[in-house]
Design a protein around this ligand. Structure first.
Ligand code: SAM
Length: 240
């Protein structure tokens, strides 16, 4: 079953997700760091550390949002990072941030849909995505197009929420995620739906081996999953 942000609306998931991120974009960065107690910053760093060894020259950051993963990707010393996203609101916050950091010569943010990427086959040395794949309307289609634009031998890194399973961490985390996080999220973003959608979409999303099965179906090989922080998030690595 597809999890939608605004259940009472008729629009499809892609349109709803873009509208939801447009709505929360001014508070997105703040909420990310507050709600994760800053751990999201460590997760992105850890994912890029893995990529560093591949020395990618050209990186595509899918569902780039406000650009934090694209900015972190510069630690892998590429010549250029291109970020794409379907939310103009998120992209405009990201562009401002990149301008302020004087990184406009290194990072370019473009409007773009992960399921219909406007790039040639075998174009990027690495394709990365953090907290984006869960929001795709069609996960397999999105991952397959990411595989298409990746060069043979290139690396794909996916960072996404997963579900912790160990007692008592699972129980504490579920309470926080389902009861505290939506309340704080609504108070700061003023969007009631967005921070209910977050735990609901994580619950419904395939993680661990289930995600790797779909990742492989999309064409990725030598796949691996690295759980982070008791399994709250996971890094998935695949090669083309
Ligand atoms: C939770 S944010 C993640 C942003 C950023 N990667 C980060 O780590 O903070 C998810 C982003 O995915 C984008 N998104 C969802 N579906 C997409 C699609 N089909 N193509 C491109 N971007 C998409 C949303 O617009 C949103 O900006």
């Amino acid at each position: 079953m597809t999890v939608l942000p605004y259940k009472e609306q008729q629009a499809g998931k892609k349109e709803q997700v873009a509208a939801m991120f447009d709505s929360i974009s001014p508070k997105y960065d703040l909420l990310n760091h507050v709600l994760s107690l800053g751990i999201d910053i460590y997760w992105r760093k850890k994912a890029i550390r893995i990529l560093k060894k591949q020395k990618p020259r050209l990186i595509l950051d899918i569902a780039t949002g406000t650009g934090d993963f694209a900015i972190e990707a510069l630690a892998a010393k590429p010549e250029k990072v291109i970020g794409v996203d379907i939310s103009e609101g998120m992209l405009s916050i990201g562009r401002e941030k990149i301008k302020k950091l004087k990184l406009a010569d290194k990072i370019e943010l473009r409007t773009g849909d992960s399921e219909k990427l406007l790039f040639d086959n075998n174009y990027f040395d690495a394709v990365i995505v953090s907290f984006g794949v869960r929001n795709f309307e069609n996960l397999l289609k999105g991952l397959t197009d990411m595989n298409r634009v990746l060069k043979p031998g290139g690396t794909c890194i996916v960072l996404e929420f997963s579900k912790p399973s160990a007692f008592p961490f699972k129980q504490i985390y579920n309470f926080y995620f389902k009861h505290i996080l939506p309340f704080v999220g609504k108070a700061i973003s003023k969007d009631n739906a967005a921070y209910h959608y977050l735990p609901e979409s994580v619950q419904a999303f395939p993680d661990g081996k289930d995600f790797l099965n779909i990742f492989e179906k999309a064409g990725f090989q030598s796949t691996k999953c690295i759980p982070l922080t008791f399994g709250i998030s996971s890094i998935y690595i695949g090669k083309k």
